[in-house]
Each structure stands twice: as C-alpha cells, then as structure tokens.
Design a protein around this ligand. Structure first.
Ligand code: 3H9
Length: 710
C-alpha cells in the first residue's frame, strides 16, 4: 500500500484506512491505494471481509478540488473513478464503508460502491458538487437514486445539501448507525454479514427504488422549477437533474456515460472555475500574512451590543445563536422593548418555518439580556457598537466604553463608512478598537468586514477573525479607507446605475439587466430596500470631500427631498404597494427627464451590454485601486466580500474574477473609452492598466506572479 492508504487486519477482517489529511480527499494515490487494498482482500484467502475508514476527523470528503484546475488547464489528464468503483462492487467478499465526519462527493460515491455502509451518529453524507459548479462524476447520480429513491437523489445532487446519519438511514443510503467505537462496530457488522454467507449486494444492479415514469416526471419538473428559482443562472443543478433522470431511463452503464458527459461540460465551463475560486477564496481570506496562526486570541465568553435597532438587534442574535450571552443596551425603555420585540418576531418566524424548535428559540432569547445602563459591561469580552451612523455619537460611546470596559475587551464598531482611527481616538486604548461591519440583515448575511485601524493589535484582529467563524460568518480583513472595501466600491457602481438612468435607461431596465446578470437585485431596487435616506445622510456628512467639478447623480437627492426614501415610505425609484411590490413610477420618469434636461444630459437608447459594462467595470476599477492601495489583501478578498455582502453571483466568481474572465485588456480598453466619454471619474486604475498591458490577471496578482513595481 501507499502512505495514503493503509491495509491492516483485525483477525479475518481487513481494514483499509485512508490517511490523506486534512479531509482524506481522493488525491492522486488514494484511489490507487484503495484499488490495491481491494485487490489484496480479494486474493487473500484468510480475509473474509473488508472495512474502509477515514483516518483523522473524517471519512473521504470528496475528490481533491485542487486537481480540477490541473485537469482543466491541461496540466494533468483527468482519470475516471468508475473502474475502481466497479472493482469494489465486484469484490466477492463483503466490503463495508464506515463513515464518520463527512462522506461528500466522491467520498459518498466510493461508499455507495461498497456493499454496505455504516456510520457514526454525527456523520453526514452528501453530493455537494453543484456548489462547485459540477455534478457528481463517479456514478453518484446513478447509484444514489438506486439507494435512496429518485426524489431524494435529485434533491441531494441538484441542491447539494448534506443529510445526517439518521436521515441517511431512513432513506436507505446507509445500512446502520453505530453508536460508540465506529471501527469496532463496523468490524462486528462485517462479521455478521460474513456469517450470513450471502452474495454481497451490488447497488448498480438494484432498480426497485427508481420509481415509475409518471411520478419521476413530476419530481424532475418540480426540481427544475426549484433550481430555476433558487439557483438562478446556474448550470450545474440542471445538469445534475438531467443525470439523475438518465438513471431512471437508461441502463447503469449508459447512465454513467451520460453523467460523465454532463460532468465534463460542467467541469470545463466558466461556472465551475468561478465556484472553485470561491471555495478556496473563502478559506484564503482567513490567511493574513502578518498574523500567524499562533497569535493569541481573546476568548469571547460574554458580549455586549450597544443599540437595539435593526443592526444591533441582528448582531445580538448572532451572539445568541452562537451560544454567547449578550447584553443589549439601548438608551430608552421604549427603544429597547421595540428592539427585543423585533428579535422575538424574527426568531418566532424561524420556529414557524421549522428552522429550529421553540426550545432553541427560548434558549437563545434567554442569552440576550436587555440593558439601559453600562452595568455588566465590565466583564464583557467584546462590545459591538451599533448606534446611529454619526462620528460624534460614536466617539461619545467609545469614550464611555473606555471608562467601563476591562482593558483586554475588544471594542468593535459596526460603522459602515466612518474612520476607525478617529473612533479609536476617543479611547485610551486604540489597539483594542476595530471595525466589525455587519451587513443587513445582520443575522442572515454571511459577510463580516473586519476593519483594521492603524493601532489595532494583532490579537484583536486574530480574535475577530476567529469570532467571525464562530458566528458562522465569512470574516474578511480590510483597511480603514472611506467605505472600507464593499461600500467604497458600491459608490461608483451605484453612481453609474444612476448616470445610466439620467442618460436614458429606465430604472427598471437597469435593474433588469443586472438581475439577469445574476445580481440578487438591481442597484436601484437595492437602494429602495436599504433606504435612499441612508446614502443621502452620508453624502451630506462627506460633502466637503466631494470634488465640486465632478459629475454627481442629480435625481436621488431630489427623491429624498420629496420624502421618497424607498420601500419604507412606499416610494423611491419605484412605487410600492402594501406587499412591497415595486412598479415603475411615471412621476419618477418625468422627474428624471426634467433633471437630466436641466443638467444638459443628452438622452439616448442604452442597451443591456452597456448597463453591465458601466456598472461592473466601475466596480472593478475601484477594486483595482483598493488592491493597489492595500486596503484589500487580495483580489479574491474583494470577490468574497461582494458575493457574501452584496448579492454578487458566486457562479461568476466575484467582480475581480469576472473581470479576469472577460479579459483585463478588454476591461481596460472599455474604461479608457468611458474615461474619454464621461470624464475623470473613469480615470483607469494604474494597477488595472499594468495588468492589462502585461496580459496578466488579478489572479496572477494574488499568486504573486506580478508586482506593482514591475
Ligand atoms: C467531487 O468529489 C467530485 C466527485 O463527484 C468525483 C468526480 C471524479 N479537496 O473547509 P475546511 C481543504 S467534488 C481539496 O476549512 P471544515 C480546505 O481547502 C468534491 N481540499 O474545514 C482546507 O484547506 P486549508 C466534493 C479540500 O472542517 C482544509 O481542507 N466535496 C477539500 O470547516 C479544511 O477545510 C466537497 O465539495 C477537497 N475536497 O470543513 C467537500 N475539502 O486548511 C468540500 C476541504 O489549506 N469541503 N479541503 O484552507 C467541505 O465541504 C469542507 O471542507 C468539509 C470540512 C466539510 C469537508
């Protein structure tokens, strides 16, 4: 055997152990090792059965995702696992897969070729390939429906969510749950099977669960509908459905051929490259060059939040959800009551939808302690300030915190734009001050921008990154510039959306083009949802920083002056009915025409392509500047921010990855044209120019294949 796969014996039962940390992926050498072990088991007359286990914390978590890039780039030829799986299934001696941790993707596909599967109660099994833009490629779409039935297989293959051991047992995916020592239980299971002296069952030969044509037709139609709605724009979920459908119509071998064809199409498509970039990106953002893994962390045993408004309430829920007791402070009983009532309503909604039980809700509510004073703040390990967005108020709060909090407490501000260093200057301990920019709704959105001030200590940063993980967020470290990364880029994006409207595109055309591109919602509809008054207030606060000679959107401030703040006032860019359904408003159309005419703007027909280029390249150009100035560590950090905080389609990989796929030369050339047509706001970012001229990408920049000084 190899180092990666070990074969040992427990009497007459052979034990195959996969040892490929951290997740026992099927990297080169692992399938070969399993094949050799199975051959050995077949040959050795003293062995009566075999058990496969994963060494360390998990069973096989799937194919080695890093290998996919090597295959698509032509560096390595992709091999099929099907011959190995057939050899496993054809072994004359019973083989048992013993699952703990996760049997995902190729891991589950290997397990399904085994004659039996047993699992620890905490184990999970799944076919999450669609999350990487591919489909199961080792007969998962063919064996799973034979084990679990068509409906369950479609659900698991098309939507990628794993199931726990109990559910897997109920659906026939595993044969037994083993309490206690998994390996000992699996060996005992193997001996029971040997004692029965039966022909080991082969999943591929089963068909009784494949269902009838009529029921299957309904299952597939419903799955396609759901995929179109919940996986809008993605190709893999539809391909996965097609592959499972093939299992119900074709022989096993033909079904496997169909699956291989669809798998290949997905693997070589842009979406899988983008989603694999996102998979590794979400892990990459945790790596901060000057903060080693061993950096000491402040343990968060108790938290406090100031402000029980929408953001503060959502942040408090995050702590409670993670089991951390949290004080929630407001300045009046009335506001506190209102904040708590909203939290309760949100939790009750989740209970109603079956997301968790009433008991869980009660436990979470009990972790939130309402407060009107700073009593109890003295032993909080972290305080998150979420008061109204204004520098003076924030400084007052931080000066107060400086007096009441213990020296090692983390003092975090949920500001979305303000200068962290200035906030920190209100305290005597700027090293403890950091930005924790949550996104609304804070209990739902995954992004946490962690803003590093010039004095923020490494310990506070490392603790914040660890906290993000504990709160089930993706923490991305950013520098302290105006708007940080996400909102700084949002400004030119929103600006272009508005310029397009002034130049002749209707608001609904701009929104429709970006929705079609894959954004969760169009920029103008998003403005209405967030409240147009928020930006209005910020623009007033920063007016002194604006270039008076630059072009500014002329419509939005007028909408605010008219009291059209968006959804909350029933009108903004659109008009809203009781159910908050948007309809285009002729009054707004007229206002746009009038203000555009007053500003001397020529109106014209604007197509969808220009809408995408103007808005997307505005994001990219600002992103390039942010990178160059060092406010984001890597281009991928920007991508992860946009996907998790701004509804950017993950299957496009984020704005910087998208620009790479378009080609930076093309993006740059267009920006040069926009610069000539629309003026200084389109000044190309020097980094973009450099990369475009050298035929490089943002990915090259991340990989260190280029330096700014080159
Ligand atoms: C597939 O199987 C296709 C098949 O149909 C076969 C076709 C032929 N490969 O997430 P973590 C790394 S597609 C390579 O932080 P956790 C990860 O990058 C695959 N590397 O830990 C990280 O590295 P680092 C289907 C992988 O405990 C480290 O392991 N399978 C892989 O929070 C720890 O990961 C999947 O999609 C991999 N497959 O979560 C499963 N998986 O430390 C994807 C992980 O350097 N993986 N790494 O940053 C997961 O869902 C989670 O990683 C898992 C562990 C739940 C397993």
């Amino acid at each position: 055997m190899s180092e990666l796969v070990l074969l040992s014996k427990d009497g007459d039962v052979a034990i195959i152990t996969v040892n490929n940390p951290p997740v026992n992926a099927l990297s080169p050498g692992v399938p070969e090792g399993i094949a050799a072990a199975v051959e050995e088991i077949s040959k050795d007359a003293r062995i009566k059965a075999g058990v496969l286990v994963g060494g360390g914390s998990t069973f096989i978590a799937g194919a080695d995702i890093k290998e996919f890039g090597r295959v698509t780039s032509g560096e390595r030829k992709g091999g099929s696992l099907l011959p190995l799986l057939a050899a496993i299934e054809d072994c004359p001696k019973p083989l048992i897969a013993a699952i703990h941790g996760t049997a995902f993707g190729g891991g589950l596909e290997v397990a399904m070729a085994f004659h039996y599967r047993v699992a620890a109660p905490t184990a999970q099994v799944g076919q999450p390939e669609v999350k990487l833009g591919i489909i199961p490629g080792a007969a998962g779409t063919q064996r799973l429906p034979r084990l679990a039935g068509t409906a369950k297989a479609v659900e698991m293959c098309a939507f990628g969510e794993p199931v726990r051991a109990k559910e897997a047992l109920d659906h026939g995916i595993i044969d037994s749950i083993i309490e206690g020592d998994l390996l000992a239980g699996a060996v005992a299971f193997a001996r029971e099977v040997v004692a029965k002296n039966e022909q080991p069952p082969r999943t591929r030969e089963r068909s009784e669960k494949l269902g009838d044509e009529q029921t299957n037709a309904q299952v597939f139609a419903a799955a396609r509908e759901q995929a179109k709605k919940t996986r809008r724009g993605q190709t893999a979920p539809l391909a996965a459905i097609e592959a499972v459908e093939a299992a119900t119509r074709l022989s096993f071998e033909e079904g496997c051929r169909k699956e291989a064809e669809l798998f290949r199409d997905c693997l070589f498509g842009d979406q899988s490259k983008a989603l694999i970039h996102v998979f590794f990106g979400e892990r990459e953002v945790a790596r901060i060059p000057d903060i080693p893994k061993e950096t000491p962390r402040i343990e968060i045993k108790k938290a406090a939040v100031i402000g029980a408004g929408t953001m503060g309430g959502g942040i408090a829920m995050n702590y409670a959800n993670a089991g951390i007791p949290v004080l929630l402070k407001e300045s009046s009983q009335e506001m506190l009551d209102r904040g708590l009532a909203t939290i309760k309503k949100n939790y009750a909604n989740s209970v109603k939808k079956g997301r968790f039980s009433q008991e869980v809700m009660d436990r979470r509510m009990a972790l939130i302690t309402p407060a009107l004073t700073y009593d109890g703040f003295e032993d909080a390990d972290i305080v998150t300030e979420a008061v109204f967005e204004g520098m003076e108020l924030k400084k007052e709060v931080f000066a107060e915190l400086d007096k009441v909090c213990k020296p090692e407490a983390i003092l975090a501000s949920n500001t979305s734009t303000l200068n962290i260093d200035e906030i920190a200057s209100a305290t005597s301990r700027p090293q403890q001050v950091i930005g924790h920019h949550f996104f609304s709704p804070a209990n739902v959105m995954r992004l946490l921008e962690i803003v590093r001030g010039k004095a923020t200590s490494k310990e506070v940063i490392a603790s914040s990154m660890a906290l993000a993980k504990k709160l089930k967020k993706v923490g991305v470290l950013v520098g302290n510039c105006r708007g940080f990364v996400g909102n700084r880029m949002l400004a030119p994006y929103m600006r272009e959306a508005q310029f397009l409207v002034e130049e002749g595109a209707r608001p609904e055309e701009v929104d429709a083009a970006l929705y079609k591109f894959g954004m969760a919602m169009g920029p103008l509809a998003m403005g209405d949802l967030a409240g147009l008054d928020v930006g209005w207030r910020i623009r007033k606060e920063y007016k002194h920083l604006e270039d008076p000679n630059a072009r500014h959107p002329v419509v939005v401030d007028r909408l605010c002056e008219m009291g059209r703040y968006g959804q909350k006032t029933g009108a903004g860019w659109y008009r809203y009915d009781e159910s908050r359904k948007a309809t285009p408003d002729p009054e707004v159309e007229e206002l746009i025409r009038q203000l555009a005419a007053e500003a001397g703007i020529q109106r014209r027909e604007i197509g969808g392509d220009e809408i995408i280029e103007r808005t997307m390249y505005a994001l990219v150009n600002e992103g390039a500047r942010i990178l160059e100035e060092g406010y984001a560590l890597r281009a991928v950090d920007i991508d992860i921010i946009y996907i998790n905080g701004y509804g950017y389609p993950a299957w496009r990989g984020g704005p910087m990855w998208y620009a790479d796929t378009v080609g930076l030369k093309k993006v740059f050339d267009r920006i040069v044209e926009f610069h000539a047509q629309h003026g200084e706001l389109w000044q190309p970012a020097p980094l973009l120019k450099l990369l475009a001229e050298q035929g490089k990408t943002f990915a090259d920049f991340d990989n260190g294949n280029i330096s700014i000084t080159a």
